[in-house]
Design a protein around this ligand. Structure first.
Ligand code: UT7
Length: 391
């Protein structure tokens, strides 16, 4: 009992989502396009997954770039300046590097000079994990404002010969701004879980993976490419989603009837419908947009949240549940009492917007200048080395 009490909001500080944004690449890859390159059909993909198309990033649309654009859109809905942000968390399985973090790159490009930044690895549950971490920090009083991003370029880690996985995934990013408020609501409860016994059911091997270090090694094409035992993951997902949602509702002190909308990780329409059935919900109480984007891993929940808000499916005072599941294995649910009326709160303070644009301009200038200075010093060093050599 004491354990449960601890997980709920303890103080009179509440962590509310006050801004949200999403970005997806322009390039659309349809099921028909896929059928031209691998042995599959539009009919098979749609009937087994619910997916019709997905977005694919070009060379310039990196995880950090997509995340940055989603973050700027989220900030544009608020009065928050980049310099007001205390913490940036990027949930991703496709970071720019093992380190430094994608979050640090976004922090730099935003000019969020007062923020800590780190990446969080919990696969498709990552966004819910990250939201909970940020909300805990806000509720404890240690920070006031956080930017939470889910960003992925899954297309770069797909094995395009494996029809069991490459048809499922897409690229994109979503972001939210979380801020401390004293009106009750926002993130009310979270349930984070992991079962590492299933760590080999889906993942992306890197140089340190046990398989790579084993005497037989791993074939080069599989390094940094995603693998998945689809059937086993599907069974796991359908088993945990309902129980996780029920537990999060119990901790928040609400019943399932109170829930207006569930925003699940967008992995497979069959999983979403099975979860809805298991809770006795009509399908329309589960948000689904994977028809257009496929599975964008850690980005799928914030993207679906943005679209649910755009479509007017969530209003002030509504209880919504976000639920993620995926590699690890991991799963996570969070109950949110929506506190920001939409679109009434969207009126932008123009002065603040100008200040934000000024901060972005200064950052761009600083980034360009440091690039020029680096090039100049490289050139000077090159000349000096060459002169030393000639001499
Ligand atoms: O984000 C992380 C969480 N991820 C998930 O939750 C994914 C969960 N898993 C799934 O969504 C499904 O397991 C898949 C969509 C990946 C696969 O669906 P399935 O109903 O489990 O199909 P299956 O793997 O059992 O394959 C059935 C048949 C097989 O042929 P045989 O052995 O019956 O002759 C496959 O070879 O379908 C075949 N198949 C395909 N056929 C046409 C597999 N992929 C394809 C394909 N096109 N793309």
């Amino acid at each position: 009992m004491a354990r449960n009490r601890k997980r709920q909001s303890q103080s009179n500080i509440y962590a509310h989502i006050i801004g949200w944004g999403m970005r997806v690449p322009r390039t659309v890859l349809t099921n028909e396009d896929l059928a031209a390159i691998i042995e599959t059909t539009d009919e098979w993909i749609e009937s087994r997954t619910g997916i019709k198309e997905r977005r694919i990033a070009n060379d310039r649309e990196t995880t950090a770039q997509l995340g940055l654009r989603a973050a700027k859109d989220a900030l544009a809905m608020t009065d928050v300046l980049p310099s007001d942000i205390d913490l940036i968390i990027v949930a991703t399985s496709t970071p720019e590097n093992i380190f430094p973090s994608t979050a640090s790159m976004i922090q730099h490009w935003l000019g969020a000079y007062n923020a800590g930044a780190f990446d969080l690895s919990a696969a498709c549950s990552g966004f819910v994990y990250a939201l909970d971490m940020a909300a805990q920090a806000i509720r404890s009083g240690s920070i006031e404002t956080a930017l939470v991003i889910g960003a992925e370029t899954m297309s770069r880690v797909l094995n395009w010969q494996d029809r069991g996985t490459c048809i499922l995934f897409g690229d994109g990013a979503g972001a939210v701004v979380l801020q401390a408020r004293d009106n009750p609501g926002g993130l009310l409860s979270s349930v984070l879980r992991s079962d590492g016994s299933g760590h080999d059911l889906l993942g992306i091997p890197t140089f340190n993976s046990p398989e790579v270090r084993s005497p037989s090694g791993i074939s080069e094409p599989r390094l940094h490419k995603m693998y998945m035992s689809g059937g086993a993951v599907m069974k796991f997902a359908t088993r945990v989603i309902g129980a996780s949602i029920k537990e999060a509702c119990r901790l928040a002190g609400i019943t399932l009837d109170d829930v207006k909308l569930v925003i699940p990780h967008q992995a497979n329409e069959r999983i979403i419908q099975a979860a809805a059935r298991s809770l006795g919900f009509e399908n329309d109480r589960f948000m689904s947009n994977l028809k257009y984007y496929g599975n964008t891993s850690a980005a799928s929940i914030p993207i679906a949240l943005c679209e649910a808000l755009e479509q007017g499916k969530v209003s002030a005072g509504d209880y919504i549940v976000l639920v993620g599941f995926g590699g690890g294995l991991t799963w996570a649910s969070t109950v949110i009492k929506w506190g920001v009326p939409y679109p009434a709160d969207r009126s932008i303070n123009t002065l603040q917007e100008r200040r934000r644009q000024a901060e972005y301009f200064l950052v761009k200038l600083r980034v360009r200048m440091s690039r020029w200075l680096r090039r100049l010093s490289d050139l000077i060093r090159f000349r000096r080395n060459r002169d030393d050599f000639d001499w």
